[in-house]
Design a protein around this ligand. Structure first.
Ligand SMILES: Nc1ncnc2c1ncn2[C@@H]1O[C@H](COP(=O)(O)OP(=O)(O)O)[C@@H](O)[C@H]1O
Ligand SMILES: [Mg+2]
Length: 244
């Protein structure tokens, strides 16, 4: 039993969300943030109501991909996620920390996470996409505890280093009896064989591959242009086949 009223508030505010999907990986730099942000754009363009939640407290960057410069929240018994379009909402700790570093760990980090989750007023949306920090750190361990109905998508490149670490993380998700929607192979240049083989070995879904797209970098900050990239087309297919 918890006597922390914030945990009660978190369950209440997240209770109206149909699908909560955490985007995870073993390593940093494999494309979690990119996939979370672009997937949110794709789902919202399809007409779903979507929330994007940036939980990478040490390195929030979803706002940069979406081109949001003056992120400010409306306060209403807590804070309302920032409304980007009529059906896309966004929350990040960025407005509180700006470009300062965030030297938090352990209990302090956990406390900041609980506080943040408990003051957000999510509406009854179809999807909440959660951009997670890399690996099996405090934030993931807390999310598993606080939001046990979360589903997960694991992102990896085809590098053996990324495959090994994401393999461990997937075993953790399976052992914790959480739902893994599957694996996305990102930044694929030729073959995605290692990611496919890992999915087979662990008996989880292989959701598909997103190519390395050299043109993507120039579209960062401009959602309309992002939606026109090869990266977004590949992700759209994955979303249509496996997510919606
Ligand atoms: N499919 C892709 N093609 C080209 N560049 C990509 C692709 N996916 C991600 N990137 C780039 O790779 C870097 C790491 O991506 P990011 O989403 O920040 O990873 P993570 O959140 O896992 O740390 C960023 O510079 C991003 O723009
Ligand atoms: Mg990231």
């Amino acid at each position: 039993m918890s006597v922390d009223a914030r945990i009660y508030r978190i369950k209440k505010t997240l209770g109206g969300i149909k699908n909560i999907i955490g985007v995870v990986s073993g390593k940093g730099g494999v494309g979690k943030t990119t996939i979370s942000a672009v997937m949110s754009l794709i789902l919202s363009v399809k007409g779903y109501s979507v929330g994007l939640l940036d939980l990478d407290f040490h390195g929030p960057s979803c706002h940069t991909i979406l081109g949001i410069k003056d992120l400010e929240y409306e306060e209403e018994k807590g804070i309302n996620p920032y409304r980007i379009t009529k059906n896309l909402y966004f929350a990040s700790i960025y407005p509180f920390v700006k470009d300062e570093y965030v030297p938090l760990r352990g209990k302090a980090l956990s406390n900041a996470l609980i506080e943040f989750l408990s003051i957000l007023n999510w509406r009854k949306i179809d999807y909440l996409i959660v951009d997670m920090p890399p690996g099996m750190g405090d934030i993931l361990l807390d999310i598993v505890r606080l939001i046990p109905n979360s589903k997960f998508i694991a992102v990896t490149t085809n590098s053996v280093l990324s495959i090994q670490t994401v393999g461990r993380l997937i075993k953790f998700i399976i052992d914790s009896r959480l739902e893994l929607q599957g694996i996305i192979a990102n930044m694929i240049r030729n073959y995605d064989t290692r990611a496919r083989r890992l999915a087979e070995e662990l008996s989880v879904n292989f959701l598909g591959s997103v190519p390395f797209d050299a043109d993507y970098e120039n579209t960062i900050g401009n959602p309309q242009s992002i939606l026109g990239t090869k990266l977004a087309s590949a992700l759209k297919e994955i979303v249509e086949r496996h997510i919606t």
